[in-house]
Design a protein around this ligand. Structure first.
Ligand SMILES: Nc1ncnc2c1ncn2[C@@H]1O[C@H](COP(=O)(O)OP(=O)(O)OP(=O)(O)O)[C@@H](O)[C@H]1O
Length: 373
C-alpha cells in the first residue's frame, strides 16, 4: 500500500492542472475527478523505514484529509480460493479455510499465551499445515514446496505455481541459493557496477568513507543484488517496470532461458505476456535512502531469483503451493495474513515454524493494528 503522501501529491497535481482550466476545481479533491482506489488495510501497510506502529498508521490513507470524501465499497468473496473447490467436501474445507483466514486477518483468531513473551498476539497453526523441520529446516521447506525439483526444475507452470515466502531478505537470499544449488547447470555470476551519484564532485574524504566494497554490500528493497548468481531454468522476478503495457513490470516472474555476457534471455511466466521470450540488458538503478547521505547508482540486471521471496514482495501473487518459512516470526501488521492468503487452496499451504527454545510449538505471531480499520 502506498504512503498517503503519494495520494496527496496526486490530489494537489490534479487540482493544479484542472484549476487552470476552471478555478472551482482547485477547491475539490482530485479536482472533482472520480478516482478509484483499491486496497486492503488488513494486508501490509506503507513501509516507513525505521518507524514504529504510530508512523505506519499515520502514513496510511485513512489518516489523510482525502479519506473523509471516500465512499467505501467492500468485496466479500474470496475468489482466489473459490475457483478450485469442486466436490462438496472440498467446498466445505475451503470455506473453513477461508473463515480461518478471515479470523487471522481481523486479529480475531484465538490467541495463545506464550511464556516469556509480553506479546499476546500468538496463534496456533492447525497441524495439517505444519512442515516437520526434521534435521534440516531449509531442506524440509524446499522439499515441501518444490517436490520433484530435479525432474521439474525447467517446467514453467511448475515454477509459476509455487514459491517459498518468508519475512526477511536474508532468509530469502539463503533459500534462493540453496534451491539453485539443487538444480543442474552452470552458475553464471554477474557483478554490478556501483558508484555514488555525482562522485566526480565528492571530496576524497567522502570517497574514502564510502568505498566500492561498502556500496556493494548495500541491498534489499527493489535493488538487485551486487552479486547475482543465475542458472538456465531458474525463476526470477523482474524488479522494474520495463514495459508496463505489455505486462513486463516490477513483480512479473520469468524463467531464465539463456545467459550471455551482456544480456540475459527470459521467458515470462506471469502477466499478460506469459510465454513470451524477452532479452534484458543491465540497467541503471538510482537508490535513494535516508540511511545514507548520498544517492547510489547500481548498474545490474533488474532481476532477482524467486524460488523464495519476502512476504511483502509476494503481495498480489496467487500461488498453488506456498511454503511459509518462519525461521523467525513475522514483524509487522498484516504480514501473516498476506503470507497465508497467497494460496489458491488449503492443500497448497505448508508452514515451517522454527522454535529453537521449544517455547511456542506450532504457534506463531500475528500482528494486527486494529486502529487502522
Ligand atoms: N471475478 C472473478 N472471477 C474469477 N476469478 C477471480 C475473480 N476476481 C479475482 N479472481 C481471481 O482471484 C485471484 C485474486 O485476484 P486479485 O489478485 O485481483 O485480487 P487481490 O484483491 O488483488 O488479491 P490480494 O490483494 O490478496 O493479492 C486471482 O487469481 C484472480 O484471477
Amino acid at each position: 500500500m502506498s504512503n498517503r503522501i503519494c495520494f496527496e501529491a496526486l490530489d494537489r497535481t490534479i487540482r493544479d492542472i484542472l484549476g487552470d482550466v476552471c478555478g472551482s476545481k482547485r477547491e475539490r479533491n482530485f479536482g472533482g475527478v472520480t478516482v478509484v482506489l483499491g486496497g486492503d488495510f488488513r494486508q501490509t501497510l506503507p513501509v516507513v523505514p525505521g518507524s514504529g506502529k504510530h508512523e505506519t498508521i499515520s502514513a496510511s490513507i485513512t489518516n489523510s484529509y482525502l479519506w473523509n470524501s471516500c465512499i467505501i465499497l467492500k468485496l466479500t468473496s474470496n475468489m482466489r480460493l473459490s475457483r478450485f473447490a469442486d466436490t462438496d467436501e472440498e467446498k466445505e474445507r475451503t470455506a473453513n479455510f477461508a473463515n480461518w483466514l478471515l479470523s487471522v486477518r481481523n486479529g480475531a483468531e484465538h490467541s495463545v499465551q506464550i511464556s516469556n513473551s509480553q506479546e499476546f498476539e500468538w496463534i496456533r497453526i492447525p497441524e495439517s499445515f505444519l512442515i516437520d523441520p526434521g534435521v534440516d529446516e531449509t531442506k524440509s521447506t524446499i522439499d515441501a514446496t518444490y517436490p520433484d525439483l530435479k525432474s521439474m526444475y525447467m517446467d514453467a507452470s511448475y515454477l509459476r505455481q509455487r514459491a517459498i515466502v518468508t519475512p526477511k531478505n536474508d532468509a530469502v537470499n539463503s533459500l534462493n541459493e540453496s534451491v539453485l544449488d539443487l538444480i543442474p547447470g552452470n552458475k553464471h555470476v554477474y557483478l554490478s557496477a556501483d558508484s555514488v551519484d555525482g562522485s566526480d564532485n565528492m571530496s576524497d574524504d567522502l570517497r574514502g568513507i564510502y568505498p566500492t566494497e561498502f556500496l556493494n554490500n548495500i541491498g534489499g528493497g527493489s535493488l538487485p543484488c551486487h552479486r547475482l548468481i543465475l542458472k538456465v531454468g531458474a525463476p526470477v522476478m523482474i524488479l522494474q517496470n520495463i514495459d508496463q503495457p505489455n505486462g513486463i513490470c516490477n513483480g512479473t516472474r520469468a524463467v531464465v532461458t539463456a545467459l550471455g555476457r551482456r544480456i540475459i534471455q527470459v521467458k515470462l511466466i506471469t502477466g499478460i505476456s506469459t510465454n513470451k521470450h524477452i532479452c534484458i540488458p543491465r540497467i541503471l538503478f538510482i537508490h535513494k535512502t535516508t540511511a545514507f547521505p548520498f544517492v547510489m547508482r547500481r548498474r545490474q540486471f533488474p532481476v532477482r531469483l524467486c524460488y523464495a521471496m519476502t512476504i511483502n514482495k509476494s503481495q498480489g501473487q496467487s500461488l498453488d503451493m506456498v511454503g511459509l518459512y518462519l525461521l523467525e516470526p513475522i514483524f509487522s501488521h498484516g504480514q501473516l495474513y498476506v503470507a497465508l492468503s497467497r494460496t489458491t487452496s488449503p492443500n497448497g499451504l505448508k508452514i515451517l515454524i522454527v522454535d529453537q527454545d521449544d517455547l511456542y510449538k506450532g504457534c506463531t505471531k500475528n500482528i494486527v493494528y486494529r486502529e487502522i480499520f
